[in-house]
Design a protein around this ligand. Structure first.
Ligand code: CUA
Length: 387
Protein backbone atom coordinates (compact mmCIF):
# COMPACT_ATOMS: atom_id res chain seq x y z
CA UNK A 1 0.00 0.00 0.00
CA UNK A 2 2.86 2.35 0.85
CA UNK A 3 4.48 1.64 -2.52
CA UNK A 4 1.24 2.34 -4.36
CA UNK A 5 0.64 5.56 -2.47
CA UNK A 6 4.20 6.84 -2.60
CA UNK A 7 4.78 6.17 -6.28
CA UNK A 8 1.32 7.17 -7.38
CA UNK A 9 1.16 10.73 -6.10
CA UNK A 10 3.76 12.43 -8.24
CA UNK A 11 3.93 10.30 -11.33
CA UNK A 12 0.64 9.24 -12.82
CA UNK A 13 2.57 7.75 -15.71
CA UNK A 14 2.85 4.33 -14.17
CA UNK A 15 -0.25 4.42 -12.02
CA UNK A 16 -2.62 2.23 -13.94
CA UNK A 17 -4.73 0.93 -11.08
CA UNK A 18 -8.29 2.01 -11.70
CA UNK A 19 -7.59 3.19 -15.25
CA UNK A 20 -10.49 1.42 -16.96
CA UNK A 21 -9.88 2.68 -20.49
CA UNK A 22 -8.08 -0.43 -21.73
CA UNK A 23 -9.36 -3.99 -21.87
CA UNK A 24 -6.25 -5.31 -20.09
CA UNK A 25 -6.67 -2.96 -17.17
CA UNK A 26 -10.35 -3.81 -16.84
CA UNK A 27 -9.56 -7.53 -16.66
CA UNK A 28 -6.77 -6.94 -14.17
CA UNK A 29 -9.03 -4.84 -11.95
CA UNK A 30 -11.88 -7.36 -12.02
CA UNK A 31 -9.43 -10.14 -11.18
CA UNK A 32 -7.89 -8.09 -8.39
CA UNK A 33 -11.17 -7.66 -6.54
CA UNK A 34 -11.69 -11.37 -5.63
CA UNK A 35 -7.94 -11.79 -5.03
CA UNK A 36 -7.83 -8.84 -2.63
CA UNK A 37 -11.09 -9.90 -0.96
CA UNK A 38 -9.71 -13.41 -0.39
CA UNK A 39 -6.48 -11.96 0.97
CA UNK A 40 -8.39 -9.81 3.46
CA UNK A 41 -10.47 -12.78 4.61
CA UNK A 42 -7.33 -14.90 5.06
CA UNK A 43 -5.47 -12.09 6.84
CA UNK A 44 -8.33 -11.46 9.26
CA UNK A 45 -8.89 -15.20 9.81
CA UNK A 46 -5.23 -16.00 10.48
CA UNK A 47 -4.79 -12.94 12.72
CA UNK A 48 -7.88 -13.87 14.70
CA UNK A 49 -6.74 -17.49 15.09
CA UNK A 50 -3.30 -16.35 16.18
CA UNK A 51 -4.51 -13.95 18.83
CA UNK A 52 -7.21 -16.35 20.02
CA UNK A 53 -4.73 -19.19 20.41
CA UNK A 54 -2.11 -17.11 22.13
CA UNK A 55 -4.66 -15.81 24.58
CA UNK A 56 -6.59 -19.00 25.22
CA UNK A 57 -3.62 -21.34 25.61
CA UNK A 58 -1.32 -18.98 27.43
CA UNK A 59 0.82 -21.05 29.85
CA UNK A 60 1.01 -19.37 33.22
CA UNK A 61 3.75 -21.57 34.69
CA UNK A 62 6.17 -22.22 31.89
CA UNK A 63 6.94 -25.82 32.86
CA UNK A 64 4.73 -28.29 30.94
CA UNK A 65 5.34 -29.03 27.20
CA UNK A 66 2.53 -27.68 24.98
CA UNK A 67 -0.14 -30.05 23.68
CA UNK A 68 0.88 -31.63 20.31
CA UNK A 69 -1.47 -31.97 17.34
CA UNK A 70 0.80 -33.93 15.00
CA UNK A 71 -1.23 -36.63 13.24
CA UNK A 72 -4.49 -34.69 13.35
CA UNK A 73 -5.79 -35.84 9.98
CA UNK A 74 -8.79 -33.57 9.91
CA UNK A 75 -6.71 -30.45 10.53
CA UNK A 76 -4.07 -31.44 7.98
CA UNK A 77 -6.70 -32.18 5.34
CA UNK A 78 -8.30 -28.77 5.86
CA UNK A 79 -4.92 -27.02 5.65
CA UNK A 80 -4.23 -28.69 2.29
CA UNK A 81 -7.70 -28.54 0.72
CA UNK A 82 -8.51 -24.91 1.49
CA UNK A 83 -5.38 -23.42 -0.18
CA UNK A 84 -5.85 -25.75 -3.17
CA UNK A 85 -9.42 -24.47 -3.59
CA UNK A 86 -8.24 -20.86 -3.36
CA UNK A 87 -5.47 -21.37 -5.93
CA UNK A 88 -7.88 -23.17 -8.27
CA UNK A 89 -10.41 -20.38 -7.96
CA UNK A 90 -7.78 -17.76 -8.83
CA UNK A 91 -6.53 -19.92 -11.72
CA UNK A 92 -10.01 -20.17 -13.17
CA UNK A 93 -10.35 -16.39 -13.02
CA UNK A 94 -6.94 -15.90 -14.66
CA UNK A 95 -7.63 -18.41 -17.43
CA UNK A 96 -11.01 -16.80 -18.07
CA UNK A 97 -9.35 -13.38 -18.43
CA UNK A 98 -6.69 -14.76 -20.78
CA UNK A 99 -9.36 -16.44 -22.87
CA UNK A 100 -11.11 -13.10 -23.20
CA UNK A 101 -7.97 -11.15 -24.05
CA UNK A 102 -5.98 -13.52 -26.24
CA UNK A 103 -8.05 -14.17 -29.38
CA UNK A 104 -7.14 -11.76 -32.18
CA UNK A 105 -10.35 -10.24 -33.51
CA UNK A 106 -10.74 -10.56 -37.28
CA UNK A 107 -11.03 -6.82 -37.82
CA UNK A 108 -8.07 -5.93 -35.59
CA UNK A 109 -5.75 -3.24 -36.89
CA UNK A 110 -2.50 -5.01 -37.74
CA UNK A 111 0.73 -3.27 -36.79
CA UNK A 112 4.28 -4.60 -36.96
CA UNK A 113 6.47 -3.52 -34.05
CA UNK A 114 10.25 -3.62 -34.43
CA UNK A 115 12.52 -2.82 -31.48
CA UNK A 116 16.17 -1.97 -32.04
CA UNK A 117 18.91 -0.37 -29.97
CA UNK A 118 17.42 2.11 -29.00
CA UNK A 119 14.25 2.99 -30.84
CA UNK A 120 11.02 1.51 -32.25
CA UNK A 121 9.53 1.27 -35.73
CA UNK A 122 5.79 0.82 -36.21
CA UNK A 123 4.68 -0.41 -39.61
CA UNK A 124 1.16 -0.91 -40.96
CA UNK A 125 1.12 -3.98 -43.24
CA UNK A 126 -2.52 -3.30 -44.13
CA UNK A 127 -1.72 0.23 -45.28
CA UNK A 128 0.45 0.24 -48.41
CA UNK A 129 1.84 3.63 -49.31
CA UNK A 130 1.27 5.07 -52.77
CA UNK A 131 5.01 5.77 -52.95
CA UNK A 132 5.90 2.13 -52.20
CA UNK A 133 6.30 0.11 -49.03
CA UNK A 134 3.95 0.34 -46.10
CA UNK A 135 3.09 3.28 -43.88
CA UNK A 136 5.78 3.28 -41.17
CA UNK A 137 6.47 5.63 -38.30
CA UNK A 138 9.36 5.83 -35.86
CA UNK A 139 8.71 5.81 -32.12
CA UNK A 140 5.11 7.01 -32.39
CA UNK A 141 2.45 4.31 -32.67
CA UNK A 142 -0.92 5.58 -33.87
CA UNK A 143 -4.00 3.47 -33.06
CA UNK A 144 -7.76 3.80 -33.36
CA UNK A 145 -9.82 3.87 -30.15
CA UNK A 146 -12.52 1.31 -29.53
CA UNK A 147 -10.84 -1.27 -31.74
CA UNK A 148 -8.27 -3.95 -31.09
CA UNK A 149 -4.81 -3.47 -32.50
CA UNK A 150 -2.95 -6.69 -33.18
CA UNK A 151 0.76 -6.11 -32.72
CA UNK A 152 3.39 -8.41 -34.20
CA UNK A 153 6.44 -7.73 -32.08
CA UNK A 154 10.03 -8.56 -32.92
CA UNK A 155 13.55 -7.25 -32.48
CA UNK A 156 16.32 -6.44 -34.90
CA UNK A 157 19.16 -7.06 -32.45
CA UNK A 158 18.87 -7.91 -28.73
CA UNK A 159 15.87 -8.65 -26.54
CA UNK A 160 13.67 -5.62 -25.86
CA UNK A 161 10.19 -5.43 -24.40
CA UNK A 162 7.24 -3.41 -25.60
CA UNK A 163 5.49 -1.87 -22.63
CA UNK A 164 2.81 0.81 -22.54
CA UNK A 165 1.74 0.59 -18.87
CA UNK A 166 -1.68 2.21 -19.21
CA UNK A 167 -2.60 -0.20 -22.00
CA UNK A 168 -1.60 -3.46 -20.34
CA UNK A 169 1.38 -5.66 -19.66
CA UNK A 170 4.59 -6.00 -21.58
CA UNK A 171 5.64 -8.31 -24.39
CA UNK A 172 9.22 -9.21 -25.16
CA UNK A 173 10.61 -8.26 -28.54
CA UNK A 174 12.95 -11.16 -29.27
CA UNK A 175 15.14 -11.43 -32.37
CA UNK A 176 14.13 -14.23 -34.71
CA UNK A 177 10.66 -14.64 -33.24
CA UNK A 178 7.39 -12.85 -33.78
CA UNK A 179 5.02 -12.44 -30.89
CA UNK A 180 1.49 -11.24 -31.37
CA UNK A 181 -0.27 -9.22 -28.79
CA UNK A 182 -3.47 -7.23 -28.73
CA UNK A 183 -4.05 -3.89 -27.12
CA UNK A 184 -7.18 -1.82 -27.03
CA UNK A 185 -8.29 1.41 -25.44
CA UNK A 186 -11.51 3.41 -25.40
CA UNK A 187 -9.88 6.67 -24.41
CA UNK A 188 -8.21 8.92 -26.99
CA UNK A 189 -4.85 10.16 -25.78
CA UNK A 190 -1.09 10.02 -25.98
CA UNK A 191 0.16 7.13 -23.85
CA UNK A 192 3.69 6.66 -22.57
CA UNK A 193 5.67 3.59 -23.54
CA UNK A 194 9.13 2.30 -22.76
CA UNK A 195 11.34 -0.67 -23.45
CA UNK A 196 11.15 -2.83 -20.35
CA UNK A 197 14.08 -5.23 -20.65
CA UNK A 198 17.61 -4.05 -20.04
CA UNK A 199 19.05 -3.93 -23.54
CA UNK A 200 22.09 -1.69 -23.38
CA UNK A 201 23.38 1.74 -22.55
CA UNK A 202 20.25 3.63 -23.61
CA UNK A 203 17.63 1.14 -22.45
CA UNK A 204 15.93 3.88 -20.42
CA UNK A 205 16.00 6.14 -23.47
CA UNK A 206 14.16 3.61 -25.63
CA UNK A 207 10.77 5.22 -25.27
CA UNK A 208 7.77 5.48 -27.50
CA UNK A 209 4.31 6.97 -27.57
CA UNK A 210 1.02 5.27 -28.30
CA UNK A 211 -1.38 7.80 -29.76
CA UNK A 212 -4.97 6.56 -29.67
CA UNK A 213 -7.27 8.52 -31.96
CA UNK A 214 -11.05 8.41 -32.47
CA UNK A 215 -11.78 6.28 -35.57
CA UNK A 216 -12.45 9.20 -37.94
CA UNK A 217 -9.23 10.95 -36.92
CA UNK A 218 -7.35 7.67 -37.22
CA UNK A 219 -8.71 7.09 -40.71
CA UNK A 220 -7.72 10.55 -41.87
CA UNK A 221 -4.22 9.94 -40.49
CA UNK A 222 -3.90 6.62 -42.26
CA UNK A 223 -5.33 7.91 -45.55
CA UNK A 224 -2.98 10.89 -45.55
CA UNK A 225 -0.03 8.72 -44.54
CA UNK A 226 -0.74 6.30 -47.42
CA UNK A 227 -0.96 9.13 -49.93
CA UNK A 228 2.06 10.95 -48.52
CA UNK A 229 5.05 11.77 -50.64
CA UNK A 230 7.78 13.91 -49.16
CA UNK A 231 7.46 17.45 -50.61
CA UNK A 232 9.97 18.50 -53.23
CA UNK A 233 12.00 21.33 -51.69
CA UNK A 234 11.99 24.71 -53.42
CA UNK A 235 15.15 25.30 -55.49
CA UNK A 236 17.81 27.17 -53.55
CA UNK A 237 16.05 26.65 -50.18
CA UNK A 238 17.64 25.35 -46.98
CA UNK A 239 15.37 22.32 -47.32
CA UNK A 240 16.78 21.57 -50.76
CA UNK A 241 20.38 21.76 -49.50
CA UNK A 242 19.31 19.57 -46.58
CA UNK A 243 17.69 17.07 -48.94
CA UNK A 244 20.88 16.81 -50.99
CA UNK A 245 22.97 16.19 -47.86
CA UNK A 246 20.36 13.75 -46.55
CA UNK A 247 20.39 11.63 -49.69
CA UNK A 248 24.02 11.98 -50.77
CA UNK A 249 26.00 12.92 -47.67
CA UNK A 250 29.19 14.89 -48.22
CA UNK A 251 31.79 12.49 -49.59
CA UNK A 252 34.55 15.13 -49.56
CA UNK A 253 34.50 15.20 -45.72
CA UNK A 254 33.42 11.61 -45.17
CA UNK A 255 29.91 12.55 -43.99
CA UNK A 256 27.66 9.57 -44.65
CA UNK A 257 24.26 9.99 -46.27
CA UNK A 258 21.34 9.84 -43.81
CA UNK A 259 19.43 7.93 -46.49
CA UNK A 260 21.72 4.93 -46.03
CA UNK A 261 19.92 4.21 -42.74
CA UNK A 262 16.64 6.13 -42.89
CA UNK A 263 13.58 5.89 -45.10
CA UNK A 264 11.57 8.89 -46.24
CA UNK A 265 8.42 7.89 -48.07
CA UNK A 266 8.29 9.20 -51.61
CA UNK A 267 12.05 9.77 -51.96
CA UNK A 268 14.90 7.44 -52.92
CA UNK A 269 15.86 7.33 -49.22
CA UNK A 270 15.00 3.79 -48.23
CA UNK A 271 17.46 2.85 -45.47
CA UNK A 272 16.20 0.30 -42.98
CA UNK A 273 18.88 0.41 -40.27
CA UNK A 274 17.45 3.46 -38.49
CA UNK A 275 14.00 4.80 -37.68
CA UNK A 276 11.65 5.74 -40.51
CA UNK A 277 11.68 9.54 -40.86
CA UNK A 278 8.80 9.94 -43.33
CA UNK A 279 6.72 12.09 -40.98
CA UNK A 280 9.50 13.53 -38.87
CA UNK A 281 8.00 17.02 -39.03
CA UNK A 282 4.70 15.77 -37.59
CA UNK A 283 6.37 13.85 -34.81
CA UNK A 284 6.69 15.51 -31.42
CA UNK A 285 9.41 13.31 -30.03
CA UNK A 286 13.13 13.22 -30.72
CA UNK A 287 15.68 10.55 -29.86
CA UNK A 288 12.97 7.89 -29.21
CA UNK A 289 11.07 10.03 -26.75
CA UNK A 290 14.07 11.60 -25.00
CA UNK A 291 12.69 15.03 -25.86
CA UNK A 292 9.25 16.14 -26.87
CA UNK A 293 7.59 19.27 -28.14
CA UNK A 294 4.11 20.74 -27.93
CA UNK A 295 3.66 21.34 -31.65
CA UNK A 296 5.76 20.73 -34.75
CA UNK A 297 6.48 24.47 -34.72
CA UNK A 298 8.09 24.11 -31.32
CA UNK A 299 11.06 22.38 -32.92
CA UNK A 300 11.84 25.78 -34.40
CA UNK A 301 11.98 27.46 -30.98
CA UNK A 302 15.63 28.30 -30.20
CA UNK A 303 16.11 25.75 -27.42
CA UNK A 304 14.42 22.95 -29.34
CA UNK A 305 16.18 23.80 -32.58
CA UNK A 306 19.46 23.68 -30.66
CA UNK A 307 18.60 20.21 -29.40
CA UNK A 308 17.77 18.93 -32.88
CA UNK A 309 21.02 20.45 -34.10
CA UNK A 310 22.99 18.80 -31.30
CA UNK A 311 21.26 15.52 -32.01
CA UNK A 312 22.25 15.48 -35.68
CA UNK A 313 25.74 16.73 -34.92
CA UNK A 314 26.61 14.05 -32.38
CA UNK A 315 23.81 11.75 -31.37
CA UNK A 316 25.94 9.28 -29.33
CA UNK A 317 26.96 12.23 -27.15
CA UNK A 318 23.26 12.89 -26.48
CA UNK A 319 22.21 9.28 -26.19
CA UNK A 320 24.76 6.67 -25.12
CA UNK A 321 24.96 3.77 -27.54
CA UNK A 322 23.18 5.53 -30.39
CA UNK A 323 24.37 3.96 -33.64
CA UNK A 324 24.00 7.16 -35.65
CA UNK A 325 27.50 8.41 -36.48
CA UNK A 326 28.52 11.90 -35.36
CA UNK A 327 28.91 14.61 -38.00
CA UNK A 328 31.40 16.75 -36.13
CA UNK A 329 34.62 15.12 -37.33
CA UNK A 330 35.28 13.47 -33.96
CA UNK A 331 36.40 9.89 -33.46
CA UNK A 332 33.83 7.47 -32.13
CA UNK A 333 33.52 3.78 -31.37
CA UNK A 334 31.12 1.56 -33.25
CA UNK A 335 30.95 -2.18 -32.56
CA UNK A 336 34.32 -1.99 -30.86
CA UNK A 337 35.98 -0.24 -33.81
CA UNK A 338 37.30 3.29 -33.59
CA UNK A 339 36.04 5.36 -36.49
CA UNK A 340 36.50 8.88 -37.73
CA UNK A 341 33.25 10.76 -38.09
CA UNK A 342 32.45 12.77 -41.20
CA UNK A 343 32.22 16.50 -40.95
CA UNK A 344 29.32 18.84 -41.65
CA UNK A 345 29.30 22.55 -40.91
CA UNK A 346 26.71 24.00 -38.52
CA UNK A 347 24.92 25.54 -41.51
CA UNK A 348 24.75 22.17 -43.23
CA UNK A 349 23.37 20.55 -40.09
CA UNK A 350 20.73 23.29 -39.89
CA UNK A 351 19.85 22.59 -43.53
CA UNK A 352 19.27 18.91 -42.71
CA UNK A 353 17.16 19.92 -39.71
CA UNK A 354 15.11 22.25 -41.94
CA UNK A 355 14.56 19.42 -44.40
CA UNK A 356 13.48 17.03 -41.64
CA UNK A 357 11.05 19.56 -40.19
CA UNK A 358 9.48 19.99 -43.63
CA UNK A 359 8.46 16.30 -43.71
CA UNK A 360 4.96 16.89 -42.40
CA UNK A 361 1.64 15.22 -42.87
CA UNK A 362 -1.17 17.61 -43.79
CA UNK A 363 -2.72 19.49 -40.87
CA UNK A 364 -5.80 17.24 -40.64
CA UNK A 365 -3.57 14.20 -40.26
CA UNK A 366 -1.51 15.69 -37.39
CA UNK A 367 -2.20 12.88 -34.95
CA UNK A 368 -1.03 14.80 -31.87
CA UNK A 369 -3.41 17.74 -32.40
CA UNK A 370 -5.82 18.27 -29.47
CA UNK A 371 -5.23 14.79 -28.09
CA UNK A 372 -4.69 14.77 -24.30
CA UNK A 373 -1.29 13.60 -23.14
CA UNK A 374 -1.80 10.95 -20.48
CA UNK A 375 0.77 11.00 -17.70
CA UNK A 376 3.56 12.95 -19.37
CA UNK A 377 6.75 13.49 -17.45
CA UNK A 378 9.45 13.40 -20.05
CA UNK A 379 11.89 16.22 -20.45
CA UNK A 380 10.28 18.81 -22.65
CA UNK A 381 12.58 21.15 -24.41
CA UNK A 382 9.88 23.22 -26.02
CA UNK A 383 8.69 26.47 -24.55
CA UNK A 384 5.53 26.12 -22.56
CA UNK A 385 6.63 23.29 -20.31
CA UNK A 386 5.30 19.80 -20.14
CA UNK A 387 2.47 19.16 -22.58
CU1 CUA B 1 15.34 -1.99 -25.50
CU2 CUA B 1 15.56 -1.97 -23.12
Amino acid sequence: MAAALLTGCQSQQLLTLGDMSSAYNREILWMSIPAIALSIIIFVGVSWALFYTVRKFREENNDAPPAQFHGNNRLETILVVVPVIIVMLLSVLAVRSLARLNPVPQDAEKIDVLGKQFWWNFSYPGAPAAAGGNVTNGNELVLPTGKWASLTITSGDVIHAFWAPNLGGQRDATPGTQKTWQIQTDRAGVYQGNCNVLCGASHANMRFKVIALPPDRYNSFLTAAQAYRAPTPAPGSAEERGYTLFTQGKPSTGALACAACHRVQGTPANGQAGPDLSFFGTRRTLGAGMWEALTPQHWEAPQAAAELHAWIKNSPAQKPGSLMPPYDGSTYTLNGKTMKAGLLTDEEINDIAAYLRSLRLPEEADYWRDVPVIGANNTTIAQGGNP
